[in-house]
Design a protein around this ligand. Structure first.
Ligand code: NAD
Length: 274
């Protein structure tokens, strides 16, 4: 019943379930992070553009959990791409978080039209060499973007955080990641909540004596994905972490895997997103 971890290609390891805090202002982020750490979470996913890094830092301090026990991720926003800009933006994130390192720093989007993601990645490599970003990765990168940064630097990102939920499973991208030892991390893992009422998932949940959110989170875990469900409601934060004492059977995995629908993307297409 202990939480599970996934090994990263740089030797670090990441707790498989973390708390997402998108669309959570500072004054809600602090108690949500504290509730999560109290419930046993040791992984928090924020971003500069969420404008709640201060609240996340505050929640960590209020919880009294040792910083070294927490896996903290933040992300570089698109408008801060570029070598020098990245280094400055990273310092500003650390200051807001009230910490002197992050466990994982992600390029939030390739934002390819800027033609800056390679220079940005070079700054990420420097931050990792300095030990201030323990691990470095990307988000919303397509295979061609990853191939480009690897060709230019030789450094493979540890993770690609992408939109992924039972009706949008990203199988091709996951196969590419596997080939390159990149972990796949699922954003909007619950489909932003829209999947919780899905009849197939609801039926399975009641049959298993679980909630729909728990079934979906467990589906991510059993697929080897890292998953960061968002909630600010303490009871749901606890519920979403209560997933380490069961597994989805092979038969039920088949049923869930069959929900894949290429048209179910919620967010922007990374190939064209600005
Ligand atoms: P999600 O799929 O985690 O769904 C969150 C919503 O589901 C909540 O707002 C709530 O309404 C509902 N919910 C959560 N737990 C529930 C429960 N137990 N019972 C009932 N309802 C419940 O959506 P998300 O916030 O979009 O994604 C999670 C995290 O992923 C974000 O907070 C953020 O950290 C990250 N993210 C990253 C990117 C990116 O571009 N890298 C984009 C979107 C999200």
């Amino acid at each position: 019943t202990d939480q599970t971890h996934i090994a990263l290609n740089d030797g670090a390891r990441i707790p498989q379930v973390g708390l997402g805090v998108w669309q959570t202002p500072n004054d809600e982020a602090a108690p949500a992070v504290k509730a999560a750490l109290d419930a046993g979470y040791r992984h928090i996913d924020t971003a500069a553009v969420y404008e709640n890094e201060e609240g996340v830092g505050e929640g960590i301090r209020q919880s009294g959990t040792a910083r070294s026990d927490i896996f903290l991720t933040t992300k570089l926003w698109n408008t801060e791409q570029g070598y020098d800009q990245t280094l400055r933006a990273f310092d500003a994130s650390l200051k807001r978080l009230g910490t002197d390192y992050v466990d994982l720093y992600l390029i939030h989007w390739p934002s390819a039209h800027r033609e800056l993601f390679v220079d940005t990645w070079k700054a990420f490599v420097k931050l990792q060499e300095e030990g201030r970003a323990k691990s470095i990765g990307v988000s919303n990168f397509c295979p061609e973007h990853i191939e480009r940064i690897v060709a230019e630097t030789g450094v493979v990102p540890v993770i690609n955080q992408i939109e992924l939920h039972p009706d949008f499973q990203q199988r091709e991208t996951r196969a590419f990641h596997e080939k390159h030892k990149i972990v796949t991390q699922s954003w909007s893992p619950l489909g932003q909540g829209k999947l919780l009422g899905h009849p197939v998932i609801a039926e399975m949940a009641s049959r298993l004596g679980r909630t729909p959110a728990q079934v979906i989170i467990r589906w991510h875990i059993d697929n080897g994905l890292v998953v960061i469900p968002k909630s600010v409601t303490p009871s749901r934060i606890v519920e979403n972490f209560n997933v380490f004492d069961f597994k989805i059977s092979a038969e039920d995995m088949k049923i869930l895997n069959a929900l894949d629908d290429a048209g179910a993307r919620i967010g922007p297409d990374p190939m064209t997103a600005s």
